[in-house]
Design a protein around this ligand. Structure first.
Ligand code: KDG
Length: 308
């Protein structure tokens, strides 16, 4: 079985490491009968388009951010809430535990099986016009965000001119100055070579996006139980490798971005606190769409970890 996997970034992104590890695992478990064939750089379409293909049963897998899928599963918007996670430990505890299972159960009714959660990561702002050290500095900046109302609301609240766009269009829009900036994890800014068209980097870590390792439910249900188990088990082997490489590469990507000439601004803690406070109302405005139960269950995981 050749399992086609769609993704929007390039093979040298940590997702490439995860896919390689998952492929090796599947070959071992299936005696070479199951393998992944990855299509990089949105070759099979953007995240939302590929996900719709899974639902139709015309594509096996996509590794996608949760953010573009909120039109299908509104509860996924919980992961777009600004400054939700403080660190990867919190993200892993939420995603790999009961809450992750609870969210995965919302995907099967819409034709999607989430094999495991991989890591897109903590997102940072880049732009071509000026250093951004405060929310006030964002005023007037035309910033691309994922096609997602919570990201739109968060960046408008911070004072930016937020513009929704699929990931595949971002590099060209930055190059032609149709937009001034965008926001993504450092490993994506690095492996998508955004340093070629972006001068300024602000280490905002304003959101943590998970990746969903999704399989078409139509196609998954047609597999033998041992094939299904191999996919889930090997997606977890891939996940652990992908997160390891992503966290190892993050610091190296920052060094590289500086070497490539990006001016890096560390946001002062007092300024980050102001950004958190400014975007706190975003939670209130979107909780009905996300669902109070979803928010409560996520907070129930975080509270004990934070000693409150
Ligand atoms: O397929 C995954 C990519 O599209 C991912 O990088 C999405 O973070 C993303 C963005 O900014 O659209």
């Amino acid at each position: 079985r050749t399992i086609r996997v769609s993704n929007g970034i390039n093979q040298d992104h940590p997702v490439g490491n995860g896919v390689a590890k998952m492929t090796q695992c599947l070959a071992e478990k299936s005696g070479g009968k199951m393998k992944l064939r990855a299509f990089w750089g949105n070759a099979l379409g953007g995240d939302l388009q590929a996900t719709q293909a899974l639902r139709g049963g015309t594509l096996e897998m996509v590794i996608t951010s949760t953010s573009p899928l909120v039109g299908i599963i509104p509860a996924l918007g919980v992961f777009d809430l600004p400054f939700l996670f403080n660190n990867e430990k919190e993200a892993d505890a939420v995603l790999d535990g009961e809450f992750g299972k609870y969210m995965a159960e919302k995907l099967t009714p819409v034709g999607l099986v989430n094999l495991s959660y991989w890591e897109n990561g903590f997102r940072n702002l880049t732009n071509s016009r000026k250093p951004v050290a405060t929310a006030a500095d964002m005023s007037g900046l035309k910033v691309r965000v994922m096609q997602n109302n919570i990201f739109l609301d968060s960046f408008k609240t911070l004072g930016a001119n937020a513009t929704p766009m699929s990931f595949g269009e971002v590099y060209a829009a930055l190059e032609t100055r149709a937009i001034d900036g965008q926001e993504n994890p450092l490993v994506t800014i690095d492996t998508s070579k955004m340093y070629e068209v972006q001068k300024h980097l602000s280490l905002t870590r304003h959101a943590y996006t998970p990746f969903l390792a999704l399989y078409s439910k139509k196609l998954y249900d047609a597999l033998a139980p041992e094939e299904q188990k191999a996919l889930v088990d090997c997606s977890i082997v891939g996940r652990d490798e992908q997160r390891r490489v992503s966290r190892d590469l993050t610091d190296k990507s920052l060094v590289k971005l500086k070497k490539e000439g990006m001016q890096v601004v560390e946001i002062a803690p007092a300024e980050l606190a102001k950004m958190r406070a400014a975007t706190a109302p975003v939670y209130e405005r979107h909780k009905a769409t996300i669902g109070q139960d979803t928010i409560d269950r996520l907070q129930a995981v975080l509270k004990p970890m934070r000693g409150n």
